[in-house]
Write a protein of this length. Structure first.
Length: 718
């Protein structure tokens, strides 16, 4: 009889953890089945055909049904989403207690915890314990799983005396996480958050929390986990009020979108900066203006310019005179009188909301000029004037209901820009602004201007609107309907002009905050007038040309509310060889840059290559093929817009490639790849307002290998 093969320590530990994970999934399946049954029961609490008349005493049953069904469906949604990496950690405490850490809490039939929710106080040592401050933890273990299968273990021995006899597996959770290949989406690294990161995550929610740090310090991951932690620790406030997460681009949001949902949180709204205003203006944008136009549009000077634009009548000044005839008497309001009325109304209320007040003021000014001997009562006078076709045509032209897009489009007209831009923009800036609106669509910078105009204009009020349709459908209708208690109790009213048109949030989290213009900060402030804030960024990576102006707006945003700052000091992404190159670059033009410490090395220096300009496409293709063999994970090809189509033509199929991604320098913000090819670094520094700082971003995207391709000769950026 042959001897049975002895299992290795790793195999034995994997088997132990697998047995516990299997038990957790067993109880998770039971909880899911119970939630599904509860959801079905909720639907049957009160049933009625849609033709029946609802009695007053039935409202309680309807409310119970809706509330019961909602809570059951919500619980079911959470349970059904928590299968990927449900259990990711284990704590072996010095007193022999064992705690498993996961995305949600799971208990057995005796209500004993099988998994502790990662946001619970009992899970705090998993993130905060260190070798010098073990917090009663002997061993911290990170479990790597693929759905419900444990495929790897990484241990940290934090207390050698208390952990005597414990098996220690792996090279340590953090280093294992940062050396593994990157995928097309950010991994949830909740299991590798370190003490300085955890301190920022668990900071008090009130006021403003600023998280700064250089490239690769985990700012984005910390911010997202902070959002989840706030939802857990202050659920009523933030679940009801919501959390808005703002990132630089839609590509960036696609990259991070799984982090918060994987933690079981669905009260979070993710928006790229070009999507923030879509709740008000009904559109979004991804197009970037060139640096000169973007700088003008983002400046606070645009606030005064837009106010002048709203105040400027659509009609020519020569036509801005009102003449009406009342019982043979001609009454006139000249340009000065009409302008005074316009200014008075607009200082008190938005333009569209103020239309009725403006008309009342016009009628009053006309009535004062009526000869006393005519003795026309006010109501009769107003009827005589407003029934006149000439008056109606004048007033519609002088004070029409306007949308933000209609008003902003006027900046295509040189005469208009000259009028509203006087002493705000010089001649060259006026020309740049006019030319920027020649594009067929709105830019990202335009969305902030449109949002500002929505504030100045107010909602478009349809004074001739028909009454709202009835809630219930006709008896013979073939359309199915579901009417909830909430529908019946909702007060159907017209638009309230005093209500803000935009959705507001209890907390606003802004990533890559250093790139926002002052006008974009004003747009965000309208989404969180009473909100607490988490602001994440690194000034050294800024693409906005006037940081001081942004700092002024940011100071106003926080007001007198509490403000706390956290600085992340460890670069977990970039190997030291790559970061040393980036460090040398940024210090030359930005000596005060916040430079983190790279915690690992690969022994592979960046490759600074030169290729003839005529051979650029072939050179990029060859380097991409070489990187496919050199790394197992993803490859980023960062290309300046001026070379985009040339390189894209040389890389057929790049749009659908599962491993390789082609991005512009701006779109690379917040992303990471195993290998990065940076095309024509000099053109990156020359064609953007950020210059060297944007190239610094590009050079700090790789986790393993970096290649740069200069054209014809070594680039001046070196």
């Amino acid at each position: 009889m042959g001897q049975k093969k002895r299992s290795t320590p790793l195999e034995r530990e994997l088997a132990i953890e697998q047995a516990h994970v299997d038990l957790v999934y067993h109880y998770l399946a039971d909880a899911t089945a119970n939630a599904r049954t509860a959801a079905q029961r909720g639907q049957s609490i009160y049933l009625s055909d849609r033709e029946s008349r609802i009695r007053e005493e039935d409202f309680t049953s309807l409310f119970e049904r809706d509330a019961f069904a909602f809570q059951a469906a919500k619980r079911l949604s959470v349970l059904e989403s928590e299968h990927e990496g449900l259990v990711f950690g284990r704590l072996d405490l010095a007193d022999q207690e064992i705690r498993y850490i996961g995305r949600i809490g799971v208990r057995d039939e005796e209500y004993e915890p099988l998994v502790i929710d990662w946001r619970a106080k009992a899970a705090e040592p998993f993130y905060r314990a260190t070798g010098t401050h073990p917090m009663g933890v002997a061993r911290r273990r990170v479990l790597r799983t693929r759905r419900d299968v444990v495929i790897g273990i990484e241990d940290d021995l934090l207390d050698a005396k208390a952990g005597a006899g414990l098996t220690i597996v792996g090279e340590g959770a953090l280093l294992a996480a940062i050396t593994r290949s990157r995928g097309t989406q950010m991994r949830d690294i909740v299991a590798t958050i370190q003490a300085e990161q955890d301190e920022a995550i668990r900071a008090d929610y009130s006021g403003m929390t600023i998280i700064s740090g250089g490239p690769g310090t985990g700012k984005t991951v910390v911010a997202l986990h902070r959002a989840a932690y706030l939802l857990y620790s202050n659920r009523r406030r933030f679940e009801n009020g919501g959390i808005l997460v703002v990132g630089p681009t839609a590509r960036f949001l696609n990259y991070i979108e799984r982090v918060l949902p994987s933690l079981g949180e669905d009260s979070v709204t993710l928006r790229a900066i070009g999507q923030v205003a879509q709740d008000v203006i009904g559109l979004e944008s991804t197009r970037q203006d060139d640096r000169e136009a973007a700088t003008i549009k983002g400046s606070l000077r645009m606030v005064a310019l837009l106010k002048r634009l709203v105040s400027l009548p659509l009609m020519d000044e020569a036509a801005s005179q009102l003449r009406v005839t009342v019982k043979g008497t001609v009454l006139t309001l000249d340009v000065a009188e009409l302008s005074r009325i316009r200014r008075d109304v607009l200082t008190r209320m938005p333009a569209n909301v103020g239309r009725a007040a403006a008309e009342a003021a016009v009628l009053e000014a006309l009535y004062v000029k009526l000869p006393p001997e005519l003795d026309v009562p006010v109501p009769q006078f107003e009827d005589l004037v407003t029934s006149s076709a000439s008056y109606r045509m004048f007033f519609q032209s002088w004070w029409p209901m306007l949308t933000p897009t209609q008003v902003l489009a006027r900046l295509q007209e040189p005469k208009v820009v000259t009028q509203v831009g006087r002493d705000l923009l010089d001649v060259d800036e006026q020309r740049i602004l006019i030319e920027s609106f020649a594009a067929p669509d709105w830019s990202v910078a335009d969305t902030a201007l449109l949002d500002e105009l929505a504030e100045l204009l107010g909602p478009v009020i349809d004074e001739d609107a028909e009454p709202a349709d009835l809630v219930f459908l006709p008896v013979d209708s073939e359309v199915s309907e579901l009417v909830t208690t909430a529908d019946l109790l909702t007060d159907k009213r017209d638009i309230d002009p005093d209500e803000p048109p935009q959705r507001t949030y209890a907390h606003v989290l802004v990533d890559e905050a250093q790139d926002l213009s002052p006008m974009q900060w004003r747009m965000l402030r309208r989404r969180g007038p009473q909100a607490s804030w988490t602001i994440v960024g690194d000034p050294a990576q800024s693409s906005w040309s006037d940081p001081l102006e942004s700092q002024k707006v940011l100071a106003e945003l926080g007001g007198s509310a509490p403000r706390r700052s956290f600085k992340l000091t460890k670069n977990y992404r970039s190997p030291a060889e790559v970061f040393n190159l980036a460090r040398t670059l940024i210090i030359s033009s930005f000596p005060d840059a916040d430079l983190p410490e790279a915690v690992r090395t690969t022994g592979i220096e960046p490759e600074l290559l030169v290729t003839p300009e005529a051979d650029l496409g072939d050179a990029v293709s060859a380097q991409l093929a070489r990187m496919r063999d050199a790394v197992e994970g993803t490859i980023g090809v960062i290309v300046p817009p001026s070379r985009w189509y040339e390189v894209e033509k040389a890389l057929p199929g790049i749009d659908t490639d599962p491993r390789a991604t082609m991005v512009t320098p701006l779109d690379s913000k917040g992303l990471e790849f195993d290998a990065v090819i940076v095309v024509s670094p000099d053109e990156i520094t020359e064609n953007t307002a950020a210059g060297i700082r944007l190239l610094y971003v590009c050079l700090t995207r790789p986790t393993q290998r970096l290649v740069t391709l200069d054209l014809n000769t070594p680039g001046s950026w070196r």
